[in-house]
Write a protein that binds this ligand. Structure first.
Ligand SMILES: [Zn+2]
Length: 297
């Protein structure tokens, strides 16, 4: 289905897609929040902008996951637009192989070098702070640590908050059960911060825009689901156990079938949960010859 433009409030629009794209019109120019999941999304976004007679001036990337920067390379090549991102996300946007390398914790074999984990490189012209005014725009970045290295939300003067991947729709979470997490402690703090926000409308990257009362319930649903993920990990530790065996037990619990991408995404998230539990002194780890073994305290 071709992508279409949808008006939210005032000069704030969005382009609904598997990975939503925000659009703000400022001085008759377009500013995008993320660029869609791939080159084809980029192509369709450019067509939409042309139909509206809008020149693309800037893409603000919330973070560097391939499904958020996928249209960058095409759009920048065609329009020479600026691209803004926080420092760590900028590094991965310019050197996208780092995302696949981080996820695999090693050289990413060819089955991991696909468009879901490896976007085409683009040039970040502006490294921005994770909080405060974004460049010369009327937009504001709001720090959302947890899901990835240094993710941001973007707030518009119409009081719309684009919340990136901090919050996932109930539908998606109920279907997939585990959403990628890098820093669990920081993510819980992000969720607490989001509960207190007083914006008019919230736009997650994956899911429909939500009104404030629904948003609060959705934040709580996300929090509940992560706590459930943590309990499933803890309950798997009936004895000394390897992280691979924890992964197997978690997948059995949720009925998850692995493939190359799912393996690195879910296993990385489980290891982030283990790091969180270890730092919180809820689990301990021992090294025994060739084994790294986890146990509940
Ligand atoms: Zn995403």
């Amino acid at each position: 289905m071709p992508l279409a433009l949808s008006k939210l409030i005032g000069s704030t629009y969005y382009i609904p897609s598997p990975s939503n794209v925000g659009l703000i019109i400022q001085d008759n120019k377009a500013i995008l929040i993320d660029s869609g999941s791939d080159k084809e999304a980029g192509r369709q976004i450019l067509k939409l902008l042309k139909e509206q007679n809008l020149e693309l001036s800037l893409i603000i990337n919330t973070h560097s996951n391939a499904d958020h920067i996928g249209g960058n390379e095409f759009l920048q090549k065609r329009t020479n637009c600026r691209i803004a991102a926080t420092a760590m996300e900028a590094a991965l946007t310019e050197q996208p192989v780092l995302e696949a390398s981080i996820l695999n914790g090693a050289y990413p074999h060819k089955r991991l070098q696909n468009k879901f984990l490896l976007a085409k490189a683009s040039r970040v012209t502006d490294v921005i702070s994770n909080s405060g005014q974004i460049l010369e725009t009327t937009l504001e970045s709001v720090s959302l640590p947890g899901h990835f290295l240094d993710m941001i939300a973007v707030r518009t003067t119409d009081n719309v908050l684009f919340t990136a991947d901090s919050i996932i729709s109930e539908e998606i979470l109920s279907k997939y059960h585990i959403h990628f997490l890098y820093d669990v402690k920081a993510h819980f703090e992000t969720l607490d911060m989001l509960k207190k926000r007083e914006d008019k409308l919230f736009v997650p990257s994956h899911g429909k825009p939500v009104a404030p009362d629904v948003f609060k319930a959705l934040v709580e649903f996300n929090e509940h689901k992560i706590k459930e993920n943590i309990s499933v990990v803890q309950d798997s530790m009936t004895e000394f156990i390897t992280s691979e065996d924890i992964l197997a037990k978690v997948c059995t619990y949720y009925g998850i079938e692995l493939n190359a991408n799912q393996y690195v995404l879910i296993f990385s998230t489980i290891r982030s949960i283990l790091s969180y539990l270890l730092d919180d002194k809820q689990v301990e780890v021992s090294y025994d010859y060739g084994w790294m073994l986890w146990r509940r305290m």
